[in-house]
Design a protein around this ligand. Structure first.
Ligand code: 13P
Ligand code: SF4
Length: 349
């Protein structure tokens, strides 16, 4: 077995050897041992934009989770190969909506409200779900453009079916002035719209999915940190619940969290409600700020964490041997329709 320094040395060597022909994008939730080798880091939107723009790389070793690598594959040229260093790096939220459930939901809902819906999906979803959305005239959204995309969607149709994260959907719609009682949850387990209201009065239909990392931040955590320190600023990701987002001082994507903290007065105290690797990193990078996790237990995204230094090295060595593994290749038909949804999003400013 190689020791860490050897592995780091070897990754650096391979990066040097391949130059711009091998690109390593890294999501903000990745471990430091991986992020140190990333050519670009970013939130989901930035990483998708990067994929759409990059022409040079023959191989993209995507340090993030499966749906992000799929998105990169769909937005890059055919001659560019995307690999995921560990195929087990999925996203539990993306797995909360499958095609059968979605087709069933659409059919049921059409019976209830007719042809008045436009589907939107958080990028945290499978390529197939994106294709479904593309086929029905909808778009993808990320946590940093959700507001703009919802505004666009409401100009197209009377109501939105928002997959698969109920929290991002609810938080964003509320931000746009839509009252909670004009939103209802679709439960894919029971095939039911969970509301007492007449479905015709529901504007936002929220898929009953969530992120298992962000559900670990609660209003009790916020109350506790404020009890200790009434001046502490609470900043959270919009995958947190409505109650948490309302009680927090601000909410936004991983990029928003980093930018907000970076721009703050030195000495500001922060309780951050998002994935642990990012919280740890900003704590180190901005020592002039006083940063802690909103949940003292810390909250790792276990699937993001599956990408580690040994997997990164292994995947680069396989490429170097001419035998890439973990190649992400989205089926052509799926890709064609999913790209419609992605491009609609990328066109919205
Ligand atoms: P962003 O980087 O877009 O904020 O997304 C966070 C996330 O949970 C990705 O899975
Ligand atoms: Fe999925 Fe949540 Fe992990 Fe993001 S943090 S990849 S939404 S499980």
């Amino acid at each position: 077995t190689l020791i860490v320094a050897d592995m780091e040395h070897r990754v650096a060597e391979l990066k040097q050897k391949w130059g711009p022909k091998l690109l390593i994008p890294g999501h903000h939730y990745q471990k430091d041992e991986v992020i140190q080798f990333a050519d670009i880091t970013g939130d989901s939107l930035q990483l998708a934009q990067m994929a759409a723009q990059n022409q040079e790389a023959e191989f993209i070793v995507f340090c993030g989770v499966h749906f992000m690598a799929e998105t990169a594959d769909m937005l890059t040229a055919d001659r560019q190969t995307v690999v995921l260093p560990d195929m087990r790096a999925g996203c539990s939220m993306a797995d909360m909506a499958n095609m059968e459930q979605t087709e069933r939901a659409w059919k049921h809902l059409q019976e209830l409200v007719g042809d008045t819906m436009i589907p939107l999906t958080y990028v945290n979803s499978t390529a197939e779900i994106k294709a479904f959305v593309g086929r029905h005239g909808g778009a993808t959204v990320t946590s940093s453009n959700a507001k703009q995309v919802l505004e666009w969607a409401l100009k197209q149709k009377e109501r939105i079916l928002f997959l698969p994260d109920q929290h991002l959907g609810r938080n964003t719609a509320y931000d746009l002035g839509i009252p909670l009682d004009e939103m209802a949850v679709w439960n894919p387990m029971t095939d039911q719209l969970e509301t007492e209201r007449d479905p015709a009065t529901v504007k936002i239909i929220l898929w009953k999915g969530h992120c298992s990392v962000h559900e670990k931040f609660t209003i009790d955590h916020i109350r506790n940190v404020r009890e200790r320190d009434k001046n502490i600023r609470v900043i959270v990701h919009p995958e947190c619940s409505y109650e948490v987002v309302q009680l927090a001082d601000c909410a936004g994507s991983t990029k928003f969290i980093i930018d907000t903290i970076r721009a703050a007065e030195p000495g500001t105290r922060w309780a951050v409600g998002t994935e642990m690797n990012l919280v740890q990193r900003i704590k180190q990078q901005y020592p002039e700020q006083q940063i802690e996790s909103l949940n003292p237990d810390m909250c790792p995204c276990l699937t993001m964490n599956r990408i580690d230094l040994p997997h990164l090295l292994w995947s680069m060595e396989q490429i170097d041997r001419g035998e890439p593994v973990g190649v992400i290749r989205v089926d052509d038909q799926v890709r064609q329709e999913a790209v419609l949804a992605l491009n609609r999003m990328l066109a919205i400013r």
